[in-house]
Write a protein that binds this ligand. Structure first.
Ligand code: ADE
Length: 234
């Protein structure tokens, strides 16, 4: 699977792929990462990529021309590339999106900086537009990395143990039960004794109860969804 990052700041993005799971996936050629800088496509004298907002308003907006030319070329090279824009003015990215998008052969992430991107670029080129949460970042790069990471771990072969995908938070409506590692007793604090006894059906029901507790505390609306779904299934 290929990811192309359309960004003015390649350095911000690049570092993320230089360690750990995604580095290994690139070495194994399961993932491929490319970068395009829209500044290289600017036809203005000083390679300008932004200007003040037409109609007033604070800050600078990314001009259409460099992005039109960048994305045109990208589409000519690969007409099936799936183009995603990152902006806080969009639908929220969810785990279901991560799973669905893991089946695309090529995704391009277009990151805005400054006050955003000229809307005509988004209208012409966006296959999808995502926000990663109700807060404003200084640019879309972090958001594109968050989404790229969440998609990548759903691509076959990226995670060492495919089991770790099956019982995660958001695969159901419930948050995951707490996990513990060794030692079983640390600073006088033991892991729940049921986890130690080896009765897997009891461990499963304790984990379910703990999942419900966590969900009730942190995401009560999710617990409601879970219970509604359960009562439909009966
Ligand atoms: N760019 C700035 N803030 C963002 C957000 N919350 N999500 C996606 N892109 C962004």
């Amino acid at each position: 699977m290929k990811f192309t990052f359309v960004t003015l700041f390649q350095n911000i993005v690049e570092g993320y792929f230089q360690d750990s799971i995604l580095k290994r996936a690139i070495q194994k050629e399961i993932l491929h990462v490319a970068y395009i800088n829209p500044r290289d496509y600017s036809s203005s004298k000083h390679n300008k990529v932004d200007d003040s907002a037409v109609g007033g308003g604070a800050g600078m907006v990314m001009n259409p021309q460099p992005l039109f030319d960048t994305l045109n070329e990208l589409k000519v090279k690969d007409k099936d590339v799936h183009v995603i824009f990152l902006t806080p003015v969009a639908k929220p990215f969810k785990q279901n999106d991560a799973k669905r998008l893991a089946n695309k052969p090529h995704i391009a992430f277009v990151s805005g900086r400054y006050e955003g991107i000229d809307e005509r670029v988004i209208e012409k080129y966006a296959d999808e537009v995502f926000s990663i949460g109700d807060y404003i970042l200084t640019g879309g790069e972090l958001a594109s990395l968050v989404i790229c990471d969440a998609i990548s771990r759903n691509v076959d072969g990226v995670l060492g143990n495919s089991d770790s995908l099956s019982v995660e938070s958001f695969e159901t409506q419930l948050l995951e039960a707490p996990s513990f590692s060794k030692p079983e007793n640390y600073e006088n604090n033991s892991v729940p004794s049921e986890y130690l006894k080896g009765n897997h059906s009891k461990i499963r029901s304790l984990k379910l109860a703990l999942s419900e507790c966590k969900t009730k505390f942190f995401r009560p609306e999710q617990l409601l969804k879970h219970r509604t779904r359960k009562s439909y299934e009966k």
